[in-house]
Design a binder for this molecule. Structure first.
Ligand code: DGJ
Length: 721
């Protein structure tokens, strides 16, 4: 993150014909266009940068009033409190959340940023801001993802002064919605096995902070926000939204000022944060992506999903559809061995599984969670001939082979710990806090990073591994770091080094895919998603609970990313749902199976085979189509989601009944996103016979899905004729 670089004065602004960025020299205003939104900012007479517009598309830059600098209302309410500053440093008369805060070696702390230069290159805009006294610069970088409706902000702080500075806050940027009140905030919160619980509440004056102080993204909050005009619904109303691309400590502060302004500042968490910058060094913030939807929360999610599929995932639109996966964890836990895994693999292959993943337990002395993490050599009792025979056997069955790893962790009972106790995060000789009997490796250290890279590289070279499930099962504690000038740098360097390992592995092994898991959904964000192909959504695989978790997840992240397994019942909460229900819930994302296949009856096998075959026939629609959340699991007895293929040729409706009371009939479900003029052939999954309806009828009248009793479910496949 810290780079030596030299500052070049930017060339005079050039407006390329194809650019989505306009500039008015006369007004000092930039207008950024996406297909579905616009964003404007400008320089006021004091040289400060102000947000001028964020909303639906506007095409006339002349309509955007230049930045005025506002007016102070009293000696207590200066002008800066009344304007929407785009990236305020802390200094002068500023009392709102700053985007950047520093202390110089001489003790001076003010950083007052004024416009200095800018450049437009294609869909990129750079604006250079400079402190009014010192050679301390901030370059604001904007990129416009025009078709996707997303704008990326990030910032680089460069110390060109003659003294060292200490950065105390480095944010990616501030998003300000139009002046006013009555807004609502949506965010997801949760905990292990209960991630992604969608919460929506009124924004009141004051600051609400969503954050992680745990070292990873965390199950507790996800780095995403949505603000609506107070009345948006799933398909109507104005929604402004944003998400950070960072998997370490992050922070999003949603602030409604007493001056009727709602602003969202996000970036690196300021908690326990410190970054020294010597003269010539710089610090870059993570990216903060933002968008606007005039078509409600559904419109917001569809834009986010498209953006992730196109611009975030490692291979973008070239990524393969996610294969149907089998994972051994819930079937065998730590008791893996070659005969046992072979038997599961044979059964999985017969069902139509395409990727067989062996989970925890294959290495070191890993017979439970008390030992072995760190010793990434194959356990000779369980696999006397190494992993090769199993991996090759899996391949011979027509499946790819995947392997679970937890590279960032170490058990005190491991050879690695006995050799390198100093590699575990610790604070001098103070006690080391274990969680799940494990400590966190200090991945900020370059020797640890290199060691872990070598271990994973060796595994990927030695065996035909197509897929790593990369797990991380505890947050940080005692984040000390000896013999470095600033131990607090650990927070950032750790994440950077994890990213680097993944980037290098992928570059060296182009076929390799990675799943991000952190005890379920503890590391899901737009930073890790640039390096992994899917995420483990939650350790809670109980199908009814999953409907709620998937509902929250889908607000932000695309179904293709959302790994969803069918597992056994009764599940962790004691609930039992029918196998069909479990399949249909999991078929709404990247389908996997985690059941103990040794216990499957012939009827279970038959149903599973049919369901997997059906899933393959709707997979592009589910994974890469447009999602319409028709009925929310947060309301009523029926949950319904519809997926419409990108080319409109297929649509799939999933419907679930929780507990029917008083024989109340399930409501007619109005579909969305169809062609009103087209006719669709509707088939109920698993039943013979079809019915034809117009898109208009299906969207206006809706369709009645037969559901009764407890945990009933159905899927309808629509083919445009
Ligand atoms: C936590 C993961 O979420 C599970 O799926 C499984 O991989 C275990 N770790 C293994 O220890």
């Amino acid at each position: 993150m810290r780079l030596r670089s030299c500052f070049l004065l930017l060339a005079a602004p050039v407006l390329l014909a194809q650019t989505r960025i306009e500039y008015s020299e006369q007004k000092k205003v930039w207008l950024l266009h996406t297909d579905s939104s616009a964003y404007a900012l400008g320089v006021n007479p004091r040289g400060e940068l102000e947000t001028l517009y964020w909303g639906g598309p506007v095409w006339r830059i002349a309509d955007i009033a230049g930045a005025t600098g506002g007016r102070g209302q009293s000696s207590f309410d200066p002008a800066q409190s009344n304007i929407r500053e785009e990236f305020p440093g802390w200094g002068g008369t500023r009392y709102l959340e700053p985007s950047v805060k520093i202390t110089r070696a001489n003790g001076q702390r003010e950083l007052v940023l004024h416009y200095s230069a800018h450049a437009i290159t294609g869909d990129d805009l750079k604006i250079v801001m400079k402190d009014l006294s010192d050679d301390i610069f901030v370059t604001l970088n904007y990129h416009v993802y025009g078709a996707e409706g997303i704008i990326r902000k990030s910032a680089v702080l460069l110390n060109k002064s003659k003294q060292e500075i200490h950065v105390e806050s480095m944010q990616s940027g501030t998003w300000s919605v139009p002046h006013g009140e009555g807004y609502r905030l949506s965010y997801v919160t949760g905990r292990w096995a209960a991630e992604s619980q969608l919460t929506r509440e009124a924004i009141h004056t004051g600051t609400k902070v969503l954050e992680s102080r745990k070292g990873h993204t965390s199950h507790n909050f996800n780095p995403w926000f949505a603000i609506d005009d107070g009345s948006a619904s799933e398909e109507t109303g104005r929604v402004w939204f944003g998400a950070l691309g960072w998997s370490g400590n992050w922070r999003i502060a949603v602030e409604q000022t007493p001056y009727s302004q709602v602003r969202v500042t996000g970036g690196l968490n300021t908690f326990d944060f410190a970054q020294p910058l010597k003269p010539g060094e710089s610090l870059e913030s993570p990216p903060f992506y933002g968008g606007y939807a005039a078509d409600g929360f559904g419109g917001m999610s569809r834009r986010m999903h498209r953006f992730e599929l196109t611009d975030i995932l490692p291979h973008g639109l070239q990524s393969r559809l996610r294969p149907v996966l089998y994972n051994s964890w819930e079937a065998t836990t730590f008791a893996v061995d070659e005969p046992g895994q072979r038997a599961l693999a044979e059964k999985a292959a017969k069902l139509g599984v395409e990727l067989f993943v062996m989970d925890d337990g294959w290495f070191g002395k890993r017979n439970n969670d008390k030992a072995g993490l760190g010793d990434w050599t194959v356990n000779p009792q369980k696999f006397p001939n190494g992993l090769e025979p199993l991996a090759k056997y899996v391949n011979s069955l027509g499946m790819d082979f995947g392997l679970w790893v937890e590279p960032e962790m170490i058990n005190p009972d491991s050879d690695l710990y006995r050799a390198h106790p100093d590699w575990a995060m610790h604070s001098g000789d103070r006690p080391r806090s274990e969680l799940r009997n494990q400590l966190v490796l200090n991945m900020a250290r370059n020797d640890v990073k290199e060691y872990i890279f070598t271990v994973l590289d060796k595994l990927a070279t030695q065996y035909p591994i197509r897929y790593f499930k990369w797990d991380m099962n505890r947050p940080f504690a005692e984040p000390g770091w000896e013999n470095v000038a600033e131990p607090k740098e650990l927070w950032i360097r750790y994440t950077k080094n994890v990213y680097e390992i993944m980037d290098r592995l992928r570059a060296k092994h182009p076929q390799l895919e990675i799943e991000s898991c952190s005890g379920g959904g503890g590391r899901i964000d737009l930073g890790i998603l640039q390096r992994v192909d899917e995420v483990w959504t939650s350790d809670n695989t109980e199908a009814f609970d999953r409907l709620g978790i998937q509902y929250g997840f889908s607000q932000i992240y695309a179904p293709k990313i959302m790994s969803a397994w069918v597992t056994d019942v009764p599940n962790m909460n004691g609930r039992s749902t029918p196998l069909k229900y479990r399949f249909l819930v999991a078929m709404q994302g990247a389908l996997g199976v985690g059941s103990n296949l040794n216990k499957f009856s012939a009827a279970d096998e038959k149903l599973a085979t049919e369901m997997i075959a059906a899933y393959k026939s709707i997979r592009p629609t589910v994974q890469e189509g447009n999602l319409y959340r028709l009925l929310s699991p947060q309301q009523g007895e029926v949950t319904a989601n519809e997926y419409v293929a990108r080319d409109g040729g297929q649509a799939v409706l999933f419907a679930f009944l929780h507990s029917q009371q008083y024989q109340r009939p399930a409501p007619a479900i109005r579909l969305a996103g169809l062609d009103a003029r087209a006719t669709y052939r509707v088939q109920i999954l698993g039943l013979m016979g079809t019915m034809d309806y117009s898109g208009a009828y299906l969207m206006e009248n809706g369709i009645t899905v037969r559901l009764s009793g407890d945990y009933d479910s159905s899927a309808l496949i629509l083919t445009r004729l």
